[in-house]
Design a protein around this ligand. Structure first.
Ligand code: ADP
Length: 153
């Protein structure tokens, strides 16, 4: 099954939304395969946000990501990257649809609660950036047959 990276950002930590956000992924039926708290360094952020390095808000985003530790998570499921992106909503919290995490909890383009990999390909790269191999744990959810039909798994 596919795995994807989620980061609970400082805006999530400060606003005491960690449990709420984790609960949404759990209730959807995703499996938590890894989770730890980290203080992000400049170098990991330069790599993670390399696609934004020419944007005027690059330094602000990096600074904001270092204001508290973050929680990095690996979630697993069929099409996990797509499923998680649909649960979090579009980047700008003011434009994100109600019912999504950003739509329900953010009014900002920057302070938007969570990061999630934008594709299965990015997820593979990003999971390696934040997790060691032995920090991703394999176990079977006993409710798997209620989450998916037999021909899906
Ligand atoms: P996403 O997080 O939805 O994949 P991007 O990769 O484009 O979006 O941007 C990474 C992060 O940079 C966003 O989650 C947000 O915190 C910040 N960001 C993006 N666009 C803006 C913007 N216009 N102004 C301020 N911060 C932004």
């Amino acid at each position: 099954m596919e795995k994807t990276l989620v980061i609970l950002k400082p805006s999530c930590v400060q606003r005491a939304l960690m449990g709420e956000v984790i609960s949404r992924f759990e209730k959807k039926g995703l499996r938590l395969a890894g989770m730890k708290m980290m203080q992000l360094s400049d170098s990991i952020l330069n790599e993670h946000y390399a696609h934004l390095k020419d944007k005027p808000f690059f330094d602000h985003v990096k600074k904001s990501m270092q204001t508290t530790p973050v929680v990095v998570q690996c979630w697993e499921g069929i099409d996990a990257a797509k499923v998680v992106r649909s649960l979090i909503g579009v980047t700008n919290g003011r434009q994100a649809a109600a019912g999504t995490i950003r739509g329900d909890f953010s009014v900002s383009a920057q302070e938007n609660i969570v990061h999630a990999s934008d594709s299965a390909e990015s997820a593979e790269i990003e999971l390696k950036r934040f997790f060691k191999k032995d920090e991703i744990l394999e176990y079977k959810l006993s409710i798997l047959n209620s989450l998916y039909s037999g021909d899906e798994i």
